[in-house]
Design a protein around this ligand. Structure first.
Ligand SMILES: Nc1ncnc2c1ncn2[C@@H]1O[C@H](COP(=O)(O)OP(=O)(O)O)[C@@H](O)[C@H]1O
Ligand SMILES: [Mg+2]
Ligand SMILES: [Zn+2]
Length: 430
């Protein structure tokens, strides 16, 4: 892509309303723009990152055996009343009447919808187990939409739902999803911490949240430095509160780990994913059943597995940035390489053009910054947007039949012969 044919409006000023680093950088790098509190548009660079993230998620879901579907955001209130959540959801659920007066909601999640769908589809034990997922827009009228797309009122979620005949089959899928989530966050360049989470109704090892450590995180991880214990604040509090205590314990740094008595540490983090063993909660209330070998009607045993797809983007940025801007991992970068001609005369222009074509031919995603701007401005933009690799072509470099290569995460650039640059970039990319 040529910069003159693309659109990436970078901002030098820090937008006043943006409190956290990822929000500032997403606005400054021209990834997103705010429509209203809690709603954002994705500009071309942001959209490319979003597509990369969704591609990684699709691959890992397929790998875990989940099948992609798409369900409506527009939902009749009936199914929510039937499950009992129409009242429980509270003001977070957006509700209205359609032109015929029918009570309708905008879906904040899809347990009710998938369960209703599946109860008419999977009829026999032979159809089980099955797992479905979608990548779809959710609506939650958040009390405090904050930090850009980290907590917004409209966001994209990957939600998956699995259907089983027994606990053993659910356990197997739960483990596959746990592994898939670990790979997804790794591939996005993040170290997610899986923590035991509170399920409210169900006890035991039935829910995990995946947390990205970040100073702006609104959730907290309670973790042991000595053993593998890691839990959400609520879950740790429950475990540490003695039976019959009047007040629940609030876990603090240095408290004794419930598993090994060594000191605990408390880290702020962002919840990017959440997996859950639902059991028969929704299949019972919505009467979703299949026929077993004996011809008996049985309710499905279910699991559900969510990822905040749009929330992943600022989480990656929280974990990968410096004073100059974003530092995208190659796997999710809007382009892998930016080629910057500096003070271009005909020779520089030609060298940059031919490098641009060679990189495209080699299958490397490249942006040619052919804008009529100073080298300094283009390099600032490149650092701000955060392309992993930057190649500068100038008269000075051409005198040595070379270009300057800079890896975004390293302080120094190096001179690379023109004849070697494509293969060098290819090897770094992989
Ligand atoms: N308002 C929001 N904006 C962006 N992402 C969200 C929002 N609410 C939830 N998510 C993402 O969707 C995932 C699944 O949602 P869920 O666990 O149902 O949310 P919550 O924990 O807020 O009830 C969360 O782990 C989180 O990554
Ligand atoms: Mg959650
Ligand atoms: Zn411990």
């Amino acid at each position: 892509m040529r910069a003159t044919e693309s659109y990436f409006p970078t901002l030098r000023e820090v937008p006043a309303e943006a409190e956290v680093i990822s929000h500032r950088l997403m606005l400054r790098a021209g990834l997103v723009r705010k429509l209203s509190a809690g709603t954002y548009s994705y500009l071309p660079m942001g959209m490319r990152v979003l597509l990369k993230v969704t591609q990684i998620i699709r691959e890992e879901m397929a790998n875990a055996g989940a099948l992609e579907v798409l369900m409506p955001a527009l939902q009749p209130a009936d199914v929510w009343k039937k499950s009992g959540r129409y009242d429980k959801m509270g003001p977070e659920m957006i509700r209205f009447r359609d032109r015929h007066g029918k009570e309708t909601v905008l879906g904040p999640t899809h347990e009710e919808i998938i369960t209703t769908l599946i109860s008419g589809e999977l009829r026999s034990y032979r159809d089980l187990p099955k797992t479905f997922f979608q990548i779809q827009t959710k609506f939650r009228d958040e009390a405090r939409p904050r930090f850009g797309v980290i907590r917004s009122s409209e966001f994209i979620m990957k939600d998956a739902y699995s259907f089983h005949r027994d606990e053993k089959s659910l356990d197997e899928m739960y483990k596959k999803m746990y592994a898939a989530y670990t790979r997804i966050f790794q591939r996005c360049g993040m170290n997610a911490i899986p923590v035991e989470a509170d399920t409210g109704v169900m006890g035991g090892d039935n829910s995990h949240e995946f947390m990205i450590p970040a100073s702006c995180g609104e959730d907290f991880v309670v973790r042991c430095k000595a053993c593998s214990y890691a839990a959400s604040m609520d879950k740790a509090a429950k475990k540490m509160t003695p039976a019959g205590a009047a007040e629940p314990v609030v876990p603090k740094n240095g408290d004794a780990c419930p598993q090994c008595a060594q000191p605990l540490e408390i880290l702020p983090g962002i919840e990017v994913g959440h997996i859950f063993k639902l059991g028969t909660k929704y299949s019972t209330s919505l009467e979703a059943m299949y026929l077993n070998e004996d011809g008996k009607q049985k309710v499905f045993i279910m699991g559900c597995y969510g990822i905040g797809v749009t929330r992943i983007i600022p989480s990656i940025i929280e974990a990968n940035n410096d004073e100059a801007g974003i530092r995208w991992p190659v796997s999710v970068a809007p382009y892998t390489v930016v080629v910057i001609p500096v003070n271009p005369d005909d020779a520089v222009k030609q060298a940059a053009e031919s490098l641009y074509h060679d990189l495209q031919k080699a299958g490397i995603e490249v942006l040619l910054d052919d804008r009529d701007l100073s080298g300094g401005v283009k390099m600032k933009d490149a650092d701000l947007i955060g392309f992993p690799l930057r190649v500068v072509v100038s008269n000075k470099t051409l005198q040595q039949s070379a270009v300057e290569l800079k890896v975004r995460t390293e302080p120094q650039f190096s001179l690379v012969p023109l004849s070697e640059i494509v293969s060098r970039l290819k090897s770094i990319q992989n």
